[in-house]
Design a protein around this ligand. Structure first.
Ligand SMILES: NC(=O)c1ccc[n+]([C@@H]2O[C@H](COP(=O)([O-])OP(=O)(O)OC[C@H]3O[C@@H](n4cnc5c(N)ncnc54)[C@H](OP(=O)(O)O)[C@@H]3O)[C@@H](O)[C@H]2O)c1
Length: 329
């Protein structure tokens, strides 16, 4: 099947090209892509800073929303025309892609393919880190650094739907207000210059059970200070730097856990386990409208570079998407 896709010409140039996609293999479905999610990892890959694993497509794009176009052998539960969203092994910035059926979510009636494209990466990242590694309980408090990110906005809603209290950080008053509107109970401006005092004044020192941290760097010792006894600090990104100086005494005194993960590092089976858990636990909240993506902007495929520039600017709130509904000439 002919398709259009976005090729990395060099670190500054993305170009629309055409090639042929194989029929879906066993366990896979082919998806006609309506929209593709843009993720930080895509920018790193474009810049040559995120090596593509051997079993992945070198084409950008980790998540899509669209319709099932073909069903490969040994696939149950999907038929042509189903509205779906999938995590893919690269190749999402395209008009068509093959996805593992067990990495695909069937979309409920209230979620179209535009909103669907914004879900797989964020749902699975938040699920694995907050609920599996972090084991967040409904009576606990979650702190989300980067509350206005694509991942953060979904993680906040998942934790609220779960029954937990959610505190978040964001850069600037306007973003803080928007993160509050997503459902966070308290949002602190990390650019205020008084972040540590603000946490202390709100009696949050020693009160955080789970931290979802995409900041790293100098937020790491802060996380140790804020953590409650038996607190779990989960690192998913290093927006403030990959080095941190830490005091080990709070680790001993409070029995803290510091861990982290990447979705690709989970492996095929680990991701499939995560999707099965999401279907059971979080998709009912999605279908009920309690968890919904916040879309910042939608760019055409030809504007993929502008989409990356928007993400790099840090001005966005929520998800950036590519509209892949192209017509092949
Ligand atoms: N480990 C995994 O499996 C996994 C999977 C997906 C994503 N991630 C990571 O999760 C993060 C969010 O991804 P995304 O696609 O949702 O990206 P995104 O929407 O661009 O979010 C980036 C977030 O980082 C925050 N941030 C940037 N610089 C910061 C700083 N100096 N101090 C504190 N916060 C800062 C931003 O906050 P403001 O806008 O409020 O400044 C924003 O909320 C990225 O680091 C990404 O690499 C990890």
């Amino acid at each position: 099947m002919r398709r259009q896709y976005i090729d990395i010409e060099n670190s500054d140039t993305l170009r629309l090209k055409t090639d042929t996609l194989d029929a879906p293999a066993a366990g896979e479905i082919a998806i006609t892509v309506d929209f593709a999610g843009v993720n930080r990892a895509d920018i790193l890959q474009r810049l040559g800073l995120y090596p593509v694993p051997d079993d992945a497509s070198p084409i950008l794009g980790l998540e899509v929303g669209g319709q099932v176009a073909a069903v490969g052998p040994d696939v149950d539960g999907f038929k042509i025309g189903d509205s779906v969203a999938a995590l893919v092994q690269g190749g999402g910035y395209a008009t068509r892609v093959n996805a593992r059926a067990d990495h695909t979510l069937k979309l409920p009636a209230n979620i179209d393919s535009r909103n669907g494209a914004a879900l797989p990466e964020a749902l699975l990242t938040a699920w694995h880190n907050v609920f599996t590694l972090g084991a967040l309980k409904p009576e606990e408090t979650l702190l989300v650094h980067g509350g206005g990110s694509g991942i953060g906005t979904i993680a906040i809603q998942m934790a609220k739907a779960w029954g937990a209290r959610v505190v978040a950080t964001a850069g600037g008053q306007e973003k803080c207000a928007r993160v509050r509107s997503v459902g966070a109970d308290l949002v602190l401006n990390y650019r205020s210059g008084t972040l540590i005092e603000d946490f202390k004044n709100l009696a949050l020192r020693g009160a955080i059970d789970v931290v979802l941290d995409m900041a790293g760097g100098d937020f790491t010792p802060l996380n140790f200070e804020l953590a409650a006894p038996d607190g779990r600090i989960i690192c998913i990104g290093v927006m403030r730097g990959s080095k941190a100086e830490i005091q080990l005494v709070p680790v001993l005194m409070k029995r803290l856990t510091l861990t982290g993960s990447t979705l690709r590092g989970l492996g095929m089976e680990g991701r499939a386990v995560g999707f099965a858990a999401l279907e059971e636990t979080m998709m009912p909240f999605v279908a009920a409208g309690q968890i919904e993506p916040h879309i910042d902007t939608v760019f055409s495929m030809e504007e993929a570079m502008a989409a990356h520039n928007r993400m790099q600017s840090g001005e966005h709130f929520g998800k950036i998407l590519l509209d892949c509904r192209q017509t092949l000439n």
